[in-house]
Write a protein that binds this ligand. Structure first.
Ligand SMILES: NC(=O)c1ccc[n+]([C@@H]2O[C@H](COP(=O)([O-])OP(=O)(O)OC[C@H]3O[C@@H](n4cnc5c(N)ncnc54)[C@H](O)[C@@H]3O)[C@@H](O)[C@H]2O)c1
Length: 364
């Protein structure tokens, strides 16, 4: 244990990870591989999954009840990677366990009602929190971030993001990176449209297609298309990585393709480079920066909750605008169940696709 400006710095922060699915295993193995953390406990409601994970990870405490595991371990970091239908209850368990930092998966919540609860629980407790928008650690994302910040594109006018995957999977990512490229400016209003009911029944409930505009306080507009009607990214073969996120300024543009590198045109000419989203490369720095933030309050994590929450409100506002029409002012002041609003309003018409490869995911 050391000291940093009066804050106690531990040699190792003890971690509990809840949910031993795909993302839980990514988190658990990365915490375990980092010498600043001790993976002290794991949890899953599925006993077989839990046993398999425990055999791979070799942890001291395992259980099927998150509150009991957290109570027994009293971790410094409470991480949960459950599906998006469970958020506020897990945040409450994390706070009650005495953790200093809660690490959660995107999206922040499925509705603004639950998102408000998560925000208020964290604000009242003072516990730090991060949301896993870890694509940003890709070298190709970093390159575009650096180009925009360097001023090489001149004054930014438009930021944009498209993804063929559906909203509750992908919009959280798109908004997070688009806000980053616009210097995390405040959004003032959005307007959006939605189509296709098939994915409203998914565990990541979403309209099949949602598209809209964001007006930011600095005058920049964000343009987003997410789901069945989003354009192809022909440079990328892997369907889930057909995402294009970029910024246009008065002197040029720069964009990242999640599965296909980056490119830019500036006053000095055209340039491009490689890079593809890769959990093995993106998770280690994401996890390391949690230790940095625990060590020093000033080393705020780039995926901090306060920033992710602003993106979440933009996503919920897209849903409200699509369901109720017109512009939606931000920040949101009243809670709602946006998925229920969409279930009541999205027309029961066949979704029209932008690319044949999407027919497998949007059969209706
Ligand atoms: N950041 C990213 O790049 C990324 C990528 C994929 C998924 N995700 C997000 O990660 C989250 C998890 O996705 P996944 O693909 O790992 O799902 P998954 O289905 O593989 O794993 C979820 C696990 O949580 C367990 N679980 C459910 N309820 C639980 C409870 N109450 N207590 C303990 N365990 C419980 C399930 O049994 C399952 O093992 C989702 O929110 C998803 O949107 C993020």
């Amino acid at each position: 244990m050391g000291q940093d400006g009066g804050v106690s710095v531990k040699d190792k922060y003890r971690v509990v990870v809840v949910g031993m699915g795909k993302r839980g295993m990514h988190h658990a193995t990365t915490f375990k591989a980092n010498s600043r953390f001790e993976l002290a406990g794991i949890c899953d409601i599925d006993q077989t999954r839990l046993n398999d994970a425990a055999a791979k990870l070799g942890v001291a405490v395992k259980g099927t009840d998150a509150a009991e595991v957290a109570k027994s371990v009293r971790p410094d970091v409470f991480c949960f990677c459950t599906l998006p239908n469970i958020r506020a209850s897990m945040v409450r368990i994390g706070i009650e366990s005495g953790a200093q930092l809660i690490a959660m998966e995107k999206p922040v919540a499925l509705t603004s009602t639950e998102g408000f609860q998560v925000r208020d629980l964290l604000a009242a407790s003072g516990v730090k929190a991060v949301v896993s928008h870890q694509h940003r650690y890709g070298t190709h994302y970093q390159k575009v971030g650096e180009l925009v910040a360097s001023g090489a594109l001149g004054r930014i006018q438009t930021v944009y993001g498209t993804a063929t995957g559906w909203m509750m999977h992908m919009l959280s990512h798109l908004v997070d990176y688009l806000r980053w490229f616009n210097g995390e400016q405040e959004a003032e209003w959005v307007i959006a449209q939605a189509a296709g009911r098939g994915k409203l029944a998914d565990i990541h409930p979403s309209p099949d297609y949602i598209a809209g505009f964001i007006h930011f306080a600095n005058g920049v507009h964000g343009v987003i298309e997410c789901g069945a009607g989003a354009p192809d990214v022909p440079e990328v073969d892997y369907w889930w990585r057909k995402c294009r996120i970029g910024a246009q300024g008065v002197d040029g543009f720069a964009e990242v393709l999640t599965g296909g590198g980056w490119r830019a045109v500036t006053k000095s000419g055209a340039c491009s480079g490689g890079g593809s989203m890769n959990y093995d490369l993106d998770m280690p720095p994401y996890i390391q920066e949690m230790a940095d933030w625990l060590d020093r309050d000033s080393a705020v994590h780039p995926c901090n909750f306060a920033s992710a929450y602003k993106g979440f409100e933009i996503m919920m506002s897209f849903c409200r605008s699509a369901a109720q029409g017109g512009q939606i002012a931000l920040p949101l002041t009243t809670a709602a169940d946006e998925i229920e609003l969409l279930r009541r309003s999205v027309p029961d018409r066949k979704i029209l696709l932008s690319l044949a490869a999407s027919a497998k995911e949007y059969p209706s």
